[in-house]
Design a protein around this ligand. Sequence first.
Ligand code: XIL
Length: 358
Amino acid sequence: MGLFPPSRRDAIALTAGLALSACGRAQSAPAAGPTPPLKQTAPFPVGASIVFDQLADPSAMALLTREFGQITPGLEMKMETVLRGDGGFDFARADAMAAFARTHGLRLHAHTLVWYIYRPEAFVRIAADRGAFANAYRNYILAVAGRYRGQATGWDVVNEPTAEDGDGYRACLWREAFGMDYVAMAFHHAREADPDAVLFLNEYNLESLPKKRASFLRLVEDLLKRGVPLGGIGTQMHMGFDQDPKAIAPMMRELAGFGLPIHVSELDVSTRARRIDLGGVEARLQAQARLVEALAEAYLALPARQRYAFTAWGLRDKDSWLRSPLQKGDPDDRPLLFDDQGRPKAAARAFVQAMGRA
Ligand code: XIL
């Protein structure tokens, strides 16, 4: 089955292999002792993003299953992986991730159905025919979300719909065809495909850009008013160490105002040095820990029914997308909760501490 009959076999670039830059760099600051498994300290699911290649890395998988109770496939359920150039589907990697989750009793958070960054040839070549395009859009969502029906706890249905600076909404192939209705359509199709998954709108910089948050929440409100089956809000939380921890709790309260489940969906805190850096890397790791603590506390303060999950965007520092050359990353960045050797960092201890204050 595909969007339409196979005609061409364009290769869609896969980024999975390149996304991991396992440099095996020595850590200058050893982590100070073990922490209890994160998932046992929290009264909500704690997740991590992983990618296909890591399924064959025993130390990564040991860390994952010890510390986390949920996975988000980092690439495998995205259009770049699932949709072939000829309009057919390739579910090999997505299925492997789903099977891994099943085998290990992990919750599966699926990511993502519609993302503005893609302009796949298979869609572009039928864009002029609105009917065919609308069918292909629906077929894609039905096929992908339908395949994991009964297994995916939630889906990021639309990813990053708000303009970078918060001034309105992003342009994308689907908006060109359907206007902003592309968002509502995606949710209806996802609901048709999977009656039980929690359907998320996922966005970043909501903690740091009030204008972006306001635009995002206007969209949420509009969708809810129209009866669109939006079931949750994802706040990615890709932060930098020099962000203000005090901005996090007000964001969390505002997002929670609709009563929907909230997902901290992609946490990482870049420690990349700024031009003027008086503190050095240890100070940046401490600042990172303070941000994680503020986030964990703000999340814990939500009503239990609104705590969908708290997810780190990767396992160990060396696994982070922020080190990847593809992202013009910094090979010295240490954005995650565990160091290159899989030892808990100050940020992991800060999370545990915040949970202890429940
Ligand atoms: C990133 C992956 O981690 C990278 O490997 C890939 O090259 C690009 O995408 N927001 C999202 C995620 O919603 O899907 C992105 O993941 C990070 C930003």
